[in-house]
Write a protein that binds this ligand. Structure first.
Ligand code: IVH
Length: 684
């Protein structure tokens, strides 16, 4: 390779790696596999070594990827937060061990640990209390996520035991266990939000949420694995972590002290298969020199320690036979082929079904009935089939035949130009589509009606609710006569139906289930037009004027309002009392009255808590979930949390009631809100 060619390739690699690093760390939506990313990084490292004249201080080989985002306060790390050198080859682990042994020249040991696949976090404890939690950021400055970390159950707010330094930093990983990940993505799919590609992206996206209580609901865990040198006085890394464990900090019990390469390889071999049984994601093994003195002697490169290396596992795959293929109808009518598989363990969960995506995909993979197939977990809830194994195919195996009619209602399927999927066009009467739309309508982020899948099914089968609007005309006395219902459950259900009348327009618009209109688009469209009549009357061009709305979404909204049935349903929902326009307060009543104020709310108010939070933000304030020295005041409604009241009292923080709070604002929104006796604000 000539220097010119090398220079061109180096520049090319740097661009690609920077782009992908941004997608990975900031957008939490990688488009390249970890393996490919690591391979390109290694190619760049090799080229920079061979052509040192092209070295650059800001090359991706010298910088850790940045997860820094706007909207978070930044603080410097006391010690830079570095990355680890990594490899997929046992041979390179052996080379690492040889290099280290040569550098040390006397007896030492390794501490082998799991490489947890989440997002890095740095916790500072001061006087035994959690003082600050920072993300890695760019390695030098991290984003302050303390309020969110406070909602992760495994992170203690106070240390126990003794011997902890007055102040110290400890680092580790925030992880999303597979169970929480599956639950979250199922919910996102229902809301038409894009699913997270993997638990790691879900963990880092969740740690960066602006709503700390939602962080608490995401089911994150934390595991800690590194105390930067010089902060605690222990001869070995493992002894320091043991001490941290005795202080109540979450330290993994899966680490092992290894004497040489044979024991390291043993550890790697064991976890390569055993990790499939862990409830959280791991992507390799980290091998660290255990003695602190040797760690210090070996030191660091610009990006990573010389005393540690990560051995990474390749993405998990499983090989299993297809038992049968179902053709599933979704709420939009799209028909998806789904393979029923011989159950197999993959990334911590048993996989029984896998998506075959669409007819073209079945053809591209050349799937035959009864084939053995490779399965991988991607972004979807249902894992994906990535390839067939033709060597295991029976000679008599046939290609599957895609159905010509809807498997649910028998209507001939259609496939329009440019669409990869077949659709059941019987939108109004296909039972699966109707039930799917009802489930979406009642879901938590839409109308938040206490009604599960089984209830939708029951109400549908009995002919009591075949359209969302039917829910508003149900009677409690009828519900109590149904199988499985008691007075209490009927009352709770009807209370939630009544409370849903107060759901703001943007969520009502989302609940209508217009194809491609997720939560965020619904909010943008609602705010842009102000009300349903303006949206219904809008031309495609006018719809395109909404930021982030492109041809596909505009076309879908336009078509939705051209359907007589949809317009009739909207009229009926309007009759039921739902909001079909943005309340003036949401649009215009913003001010600086609360600028710079950090406010904690607790208890129930005359309006939903989410509304209260919106009002705070609209007036320049910041919602914070826990009372601390930085809190300006605690806004307390009915039945506030006793712990919050106690802490506010202790720190001398002003406690305001609802009336006093509204009095601070230029106009009192409470006065403009309809107060319905039936509304149960705690339901939100
Ligand atoms: S030690 C100075 N130990 O992997 C080195 N890192 O790809 C400190 N990671 O940035 C890191 N498990 O986010 C260490 N047992 C473990 C780890 C671990 C996961 C992450 C960490 C690091 C990244 C490097």
């Amino acid at each position: 390779m000539t220097p010119t060619q090398a220079y061109e390739r180096i520049e090319q690699l740097r661009t690609v790696l920077r782009e992908n690093s941004y997608k990975y760390y900031v957008l939490n939506a990688p488009t390249m596999s970890d393996y490919d990313f690591d391979m390109l990084m290694h190619e760049l490292e090799d080229l920079e070594k061979a052509f040192p004249q092209f070295a650059s201080a800001d090359s991706p080989t010298r910088r850790v990827g940045s997860d820094s985002e706007q909207g978070f306060e930044k603080f410097p790390h006391r010690y830079p937060m570095l990355s680890l050198g990594n490899t997929y080859s046992i041979g390179e682990v052996e080379e690492f061990a040889e290099r280290v042994a040569k550098g040390i020249g006397s007896e030492f040991s390794y501490c082998c640990e799991l490489k947890f696949d989440g997002t890095a976090i740095c916790l500072t404890y001061r006087n035994g209390k959690l003082f600050r939690a920072l993300t890695r950021g760019d390695g030098v400055m991290g984003d302050d996520v303390t309020a969110n970390a406070m909602h992760i159950k495994s992170i203690p707010h106070s240390l126990k035991g003794e011997g902890w330094p007055e102040e110290f930093e400890i680092r580790g990983e925030v992880l999303m266990p597979y169970e929480s990940f599956d639950r979250l993505n199922r919910e996102r799919e229902l809301n038409e939000d894009p699913p997270f590609a993997n638990p790691r992206n879900a963990a880092s996206g969740s740690l960066k949420l602006q709503d700390s209580e939602e962080v608490g609901r995401r089911g994150l865990i934390c595991t800690l694995y590194h105390i930067p040198t010089g902060q605690v006085d222990y001869p070995t890394h493992s002894a320091a972590l043991e001490a941290a464990r005795s202080w109540g900090l979450p330290v993994s019990d899966k680490m092992r002290i290894c004497k040489g390469i044979a024991e390291i390889e043993d550890f790697i071999g064991y976890w390569d298969s055993e990790r499939k049984h862990l409830p959280y994601p791991t992507d390799g093994i980290v091998i660290k020199v255990n003695e602190m003195a040797w760690q210090q002697a070996l030191g660091y490169t610009a990006k990573s320690p010389r005393w540690a290396v990560a051995y990474k596992f390749k993405a998990e795959q499983a090989l299993t036979p297809i038992l049968s293929i179902d053709y599933q109808v979704g709420r939009t009518g799209a028909v998806t082929p789904v393979a029923n598989l011989e159950p197999v363990l993959l990334s911590g969960t048993i996989v029984k079904r896998a998506s075959l995506v669409n007819e073209d995909q079945i053809r591209a993979l050349d799937i035959h009935e009864g084939d053995w197939v490779y399965v991988e977990k991607g972004g979807e809830i249902i894992p994906k089939i990535t390839a067939a194994e033709p060597s295991k195919r029976l000679p008599s195996a046939r290609r599957p035949v895609f159905p010509a009619v809807c498997p649910d209602c028998g209507t001939p399927l259609v496939r329009s130009e440019g669409e990869a999927k077949w659709f059941c066009p019987n939108t109004l009467a296909c039972p699966t589509q109707i039930k799917g739309r009802m489930e979406h309508f009642v879901s938590r982020k839409a109308m938040n009606i206490l009604c599960g899948e089984a209830t939708v099914e029951q109400l549908y089968n009995l002919g009591l609710a075949r359209k969302p609007s039917d829910l508003y005309f149900l009677r409690e006395s009828v519900l109590t006569t149904l199988e499985g219902w008691k007075e209490r459950s009927a009352k709770r259900f009807m209370d939630s139906v009544r409370a849903s009348r107060q759901v703001p327009f943007e969520r009502v618009l989302f609940a209508l289930g217009i194809r491609f209109v997720g939560e965020t688009t619904a909010k943008d469209v609602a705010r842009h037009f102000g009300g349903i009549d303006a949206i219904a009357a809008a031309s495609r061009e006018e719809l395109l004027a909404v930021p982030e709305v492109g041809d596909v979404i505009a076309g879908s909204i336009y078509d939705f309002f051209r359907s007589e049935a949809n317009l009739a349903e909207i009229a009926r929902l309007r009759e039921a009392g739902l909001h079909f326009s943005v309340e003036s307060r949401e649009e215009s009543e913003t001010s600086d009255a609360l600028a710079g104020k950090s406010i904690v709310i607790s208890g129930n108010f005359s309006i939903p808590r989410e509304k209260m939070k919106e009002i705070i933000e609209a007036n320049g304030g910041k919602n914070s979930s826990s009372v601390s020295g930085n809190t300006d005041f605690l806004l307390a409604g009915e039945k506030p949390g006793p712990e919050k009241i106690r802490k506010a009292g202790e720190l001398g923080i002003t406690i305001l009631d609802e009336a006093a709070f509204f009095a601070m604002l230029p106009s009192s929104p409470a006065a403009t809100l309809p107060l319905d006796e039936d509304i149960e604000p705690t339901l939100f």
